[in-house]
Design a protein around this ligand. Sequence first.
Ligand code: ISL
Ligand code: CA
Length: 555
Amino acid sequence: MEQAFWKEAVVYQIYPRSFKDSNGDGIGDLQGIHSKLDYLKELGVDVIWLSPVYKSPNDDNGYDISDYYDIMDEFGTLQDWEELLAGLHNRGMKLMMDLVVNHSSDEHAWFMESRSSKDNPYRDYYIWRPGHEDGTAPNNWTSFFSGSAWQYDDTTAEYYLHLFTKKQPDLNWENPKLRQSIYDMMTFWLDKGVDGFRMDVINLISKVPGLPDDGKEGLSDGSPYYMNGPRIHEFLREMNEQVLSKYEVMTVGEAPGATVEEAIKYTGKDRHELQMVFQFEHMDVDSGAEGKWDLVPWTLPKLREVLHKWQTGLAEDGWNSLYLNNHDQPRMVSRFGNDKEYRGESAKMLATLLHTLKGTPYIFQGEELGMTNVKFISIEEYRDVEIHNMYNEKVVQGGADPGTIMQAIETKGRDNARTPMQWNTEANAGFTTGTPWISVNPNYTEINAEAAVADPESIFHYYRKLIALRKQNPVMVYGDYELIMQDHEQIYAYTRTLNQEKWLIVLNFTGEPVMLDLPDGLRTEGGRLIITNYPEDGMNAGELRPYEARVYSLK
Ligand code: ISL
Ligand code: CA
């Protein structure tokens, strides 16, 4: 297996709006991030991925960009950004920028030109179509954020496509001029010294020509016509050839709906596309047929089946990214662990999984503190456009039971991840001296960075140890993964092997003690315990305590 920095790295995602406010306006900003670089250095992460900081009217918190060459006013200036980059580089860390090029903001100059007339030179930077004669939209595709993916525009009496909100018109990648504009913009940032890109919904940029739909009456899922579309690999290779190949960069493509087969094409070593993708299959284990808001319980066998499929699927070629939460997902300890009596144990157990599977681990801000989901009492307290559009569609228009929908939001809503980072026990968790743009989770008095850093047994220090172990043990990065105890209902167990080194990882995914019956040929006796989330005394070789995690180096 070829060695590479990006395989050995641990990435930390910052959602700037919620990380640290430096000027009391209630919104996190670049100077705020800068003031916390030593904290990140202490944790030991190698790369920071910044969610978008470009100019934006913030319909979707920066994922709607109105100027790709400048910084959002609320976050600071280009100078602040340069200083942040230097601060990271001085500490030996790298910076990965978010690249949002499936769509822009409707307030981007390109779109304002594009909508102004049918013969404007920028018209074809976006996807315009006339409606049907009966006045309906060009096709029946739904937007990810409720309703139709088409918006009628009076000026030219045509519709434009928006897979996300109507303030996020899709860019037209069929147009070579648009592609060149994107490559120029990427080059601008790379020349400034950025170390890589996380590419937002990059596998949606190629749509099937003619924009067909499934022919059903009413709105319907159009994803078969734009997920991993016909020209996606061609576009990525072109981007690689024209831009990425000229720099030493790290790349990860967000790829909802990517299968293992597709992921090998995106990340295979001779493909010259991307280094890794964020796949979503394991994020669907608690969704029913109606999608993410249709809550069903997840089970360990289901979660393991997906993770195992990706581990083995990319074993020979391609590379996994490892994550259990990000700014779009609920908090992992609330979702896959226990955020009450076993918060510490289960957060550490899940961390053990993320850092001992094969792939590059991604930590989302606050995960290292075991931050939890939030429960807001009223819909007004939520800020996310996805939540509000859905609530409006289902409750206000559709008459659904508000209690049921509020429960779905508490469980799956994106704002769970977006409450302010909990720094200390001061007002607003030390995030801001003003009024935060979204309320702080009241549990900050207990869960906060200051307390975690001071406590050697904290989740924070467990992450620090895992990250440090990765630097010393190539087996964690390059070792082959092999599943054991395939059908166990409570325990996820596997080995990692590199040359003479063999590690055994055993993880109890439940709040109950469970017998540990290792298969023949695997013995922990004589081995070395590398890390565990419980004090070592009281450890029983034949039993795992609730959420117990152990990593052994076997003899
Ligand atoms: O969040 C999701 C599920 O609720 C996903 O469907 C999400 O919209 C999808 O993964 C794309 O996410 C990315 O692009 C969106 C943006 O809102 C997300 O924050 C971003 O991560 C549009 O840019
Ligand atoms: Ca601020």
